[in-house]
Every structure is written in structure tokens, then in C-alpha cells.
Write a protein that binds this ligand. Sequence first.
Ligand SMILES: Nc1nc2c(ncn2[C@@H]2O[C@H](COP(=O)(O)OP(=O)(O)OP(=O)(O)O)[C@@H](O)[C@H]2O)c(=O)[nH]1
Length: 297
Amino acid sequence: MNTKFRSGFISIVGRPNVGKSTFLNAIIGQKIAITSPKPQTTRNRILGIKTTQDYQMVFVDTPGIHKPKHELGRLLDQTAQSAIEGMDAVLFMVDQEKGLAEDHIIRLFQGVSSPVYLIINKVDTLKSKIEIDKIIISYMNAYPFAGFFPISAIEGTNLNHVMDELVKCLPVGYPLFGETEVTDQSDFQLMSEIIREKVLYHTQEEVPHAVAVVIEHTEMNAGVYEVHATIVVERNTQKQILIGKGGDMLKQIGTEARKEINKILDTKIHLILWVKVKKDWRNRPSDLKSFGYDKNE
Ligand SMILES: Nc1nc2c(ncn2[C@@H]2O[C@H](COP(=O)(O)OP(=O)(O)OP(=O)(O)O)[C@@H](O)[C@H]2O)c(=O)[nH]1
């Protein structure tokens, strides 16, 4: 082994919708975390693993930090907070559209011994350099960040500079994952997340947040991978919206999810989707557990 090989953990934290998952996918070079224009897309802690000849960087993508209204929301905040401790570096991502430093988030970093970097994302939508300078100054006054990087996760701007800096934070050490591994998610998790992403893109208001996706079972049938999945919602009205007129909406979600799963898993799949109502599941610990949201600690 390269005696100077470095390995370690970097977490990505920030408010919902600032682009954490988009950044992770861009760094890893393939989609491992779903993204959407809706806040609170990410619900589980997801590892993204980047391995080169010289280093292995394990990124921890976290749910956005917000003010929780549900038991699920509380669990998501806890996940983000626990991802700040014990890292080799922390990336605190802000969205240049959202503006200036927020005390309740900055407070999370008090007492954190690892370097925390300020990442200002979405600079592609920026109108003037003065605006970005204003954001940088506001955050740098609020916390002694180890450095700052204006980036565009979508266009790939400045990502190389972030990586160059992060490598310096990693200790010398052995790789922790196989060199071809890019995530710790199982195929079942990936499939359910992709279905949930399509639901997020096609629904509005309360529906996206009320949805969980469960892969019930899979089987090989005449060379085709048959995947049976249930989309769980909280109310009958949400079920009707998801099914759509004459089943149109569910069909659309199913087609888009199938195409993407085919591509990612490189297997021909047949996706069978059901919609089920489970009242108030976001407040029930037993439901959160059975839908896979108990693995965040
Ligand atoms: N213009 C622009 N949009 C971006 C950029 N990065 C992300 N977005 C968009 O911002 C939205 C949110 O991106 P996500 O990656 O899902 O954000 P997130 O921070 O992971 O969100 P949560 O899961 O809610 O915490 C999506 O619509 C992305 O396409 C960027 O660099 N430029």
C-alpha cells in the first residue's frame, strides 16, 4: 500500500435544499443520493465514498437541519447533529439565495474540534460578486470557519479546490471500504429512494413529506427482476393524488423510476407499485422503524 495513503470522514451539513446531495453526487461522479427542489429530501444518513490512488474520502450526507414538526423531523435533525462530531472535516453548506448567517445553526459548531468549512453553493445563479461577499462576511463573522469556497454543485465550479483542501484534513491510514464501493446503501434502499424522488418531483405541498417507500419483495421472473414496492401516505386524499386520474400519476412515477433503476443497477426491472394509507406514520416510532428511518444514530 501507498504509505502516504490517507483516509477519513467528511460530513456535509446545512439547511434543507441547499444542494448537499447534488454536491455529493457531483464529487462521487454518479447518483447515490436523490435530490429534488423540495426541502427535506434526504431522510437517512448516506455515505458516499470517493477512492483514488492517494486517498479514500468518506462523505456523510445528512438530512437538512430545520425546526422539526414531527417525530420524523426530530430524527432527521438528530442525524445531522450527530454527523458533526468525530469527523476529519465538516462542510457547512449554505445556499447563496437564502442569505445571511443563522445563529441556531452556527451554534451547532460550538465545541467542534474538527475544521468546519463554509461552502456557498449555487453561485451559478448569482447576480453580483458583492452579494456573495456579503454572505461570506456574514458567516465568517459568526463562526471561525477554517476556510470558504463559493461553488456550483450543478456546474462543478470550484469542486476541485474543495477536494484539494479536504485531502489535507485526512489522516494517513488504510482505506475503510473496497475501492469500487461508492455508497453504503443497499440496492433496496437505492430503489426505494429513487421511487421517492419521482414522487417528490410530481407532487406538491404536503404530499412529498407524507410519503415513504417500502420495497416489499423482489423476484426473478423470466430473466426480468420484478420489484414490488409500496408507496405509503398518511391520508386517503394523498393516495388519490398519487394514483391520479385513471392511474396516470402512478404510471408516470413508475415509468420514470423504472428507467432510472434499470440504468443504475444495470438490470432490466419490472416495477409494480402500490399505494397504501398509514395514518400519522411520521409520528409513530414503530412505523419509522419499519420504513427504515431508525438507522440514523
Ligand atoms: N442553480 C443551482 N441549483 C442547485 C445547485 N445545487 C443543487 N441545486 C438544486 O437545489 C435543489 C436542492 O438540491 P438537493 O441536493 O436535493 O439539496 P439538499 O441540501 O440535499 O436537500 P435536503 O435533502 O432537503 O437537505 C435541487 O433542485 C437542485 O437541483 C447548484 O449548484 N446550482
